[in-house]
Design a binder for this molecule. Structure first.
Ligand SMILES: [Fe+2]
Ligand SMILES: [Fe+2]
Length: 233
């Protein structure tokens, strides 16, 4: 029997060939994937002014919440930097924060700008905004599923009593848990139609005391540390 007709030798040769081919293919796929990732990063950077413009359109409708999305983005970034998130993730967190309330574009002025008490129907209408924000981010297509879910679930509560799905604890994606803290802090420290703003330290105390109910308790503590320096007005 020649070496080439020996079945075990032929099998070894096939395995060797398969391994070499797989390595070459894997190398080529990795290079292509990296180039797609670079294209996606570039697309996101190019789209950033459009994201800001969308945010400004929404904020222009209501003088009381003007600047809200940009502040939520700033506070979310503070926490993510404190948690040492990688730069690419922080950029995504920033864009998602800018768009977290974009779904309010479908809320009629009669509800969005209402001065009096909300009826149950008003609450229901208002609550539609987070699903709509998620759909808009999905349609934009370049931010990915994580950001879509961060935006969609930004009104979930740690104890499972939030909306739209009543997710509980760590079922709530971390970006959404961050937005929820930044959102609440901004709501408390800004003047609203129905109340004056709360001082910085009172708002942080309120946030840590709601850890485990409204907020992720560990993240709430980290948020307090990240926000130790009061933000500039
Ligand atoms: Fe919201
Ligand atoms: Fe918000």
């Amino acid at each position: 029997m020649t070496r080439d007709s020996d079945p075990s030798h032929r099998f070894d040769a096939l395995v060797r060939q398969f391994t070499e081919d797989s390595h070459a293919l894997f190398g080529e796929m990795s290079a292509r994937l990296e180039s797609c990732r670079a294209d996606l990063r570039e697309a996101r950077d190019l789209a950033f002014p459009a994201v800001l413009a969308l945010t400004q359109i929404l904020e222009g409708r209501d003088s009381f919440t003007y600047g809200h999305s940009r502040r939520v983005a700033r506070y979310s970034i503070r926490l993510a930097e404190h948690l040492k998130w990688p730069t690419d993730q922080i950029k995504l967190l920033n864009m998602g924060a800018l768009l977290h309330d974009i779904g309010k574009v479908i809320i009629p002025d009669s509800v969005l700008l209402k001065e009096g008490k909300f009826t149950p129907l008003d609450f229901e209408t208002m609550q539609l905004h987070s699903s709509t924000s998620g759909k808009i981010v999905h349609r934009l297509g370049f931010l990915g599923e994580d950001v879509e879910n961060w935006v969609l679930f930004h009104h979930e509560r740690f104890d499972g009593t939030g909306y739209p799905d009543g997710l509980k604890g760590e079922e709530i994606p971390i970006g959404a848990r961050i937005y929820s803290l930044a959102d609440a802090y901004d709501a408390m420290t800004s003047v609203r139609r129905y109340r004056q703003k709360m001082p910085h330290w009172t708002a942080l105390d309120e946030i840590t005391s709601c850890g485990g109910r409204q907020f992720d308790p560990d993240l709430a503590n980290e948020f307090s540390l990240a926000m130790a320096e009061p933000p500039e007005e």
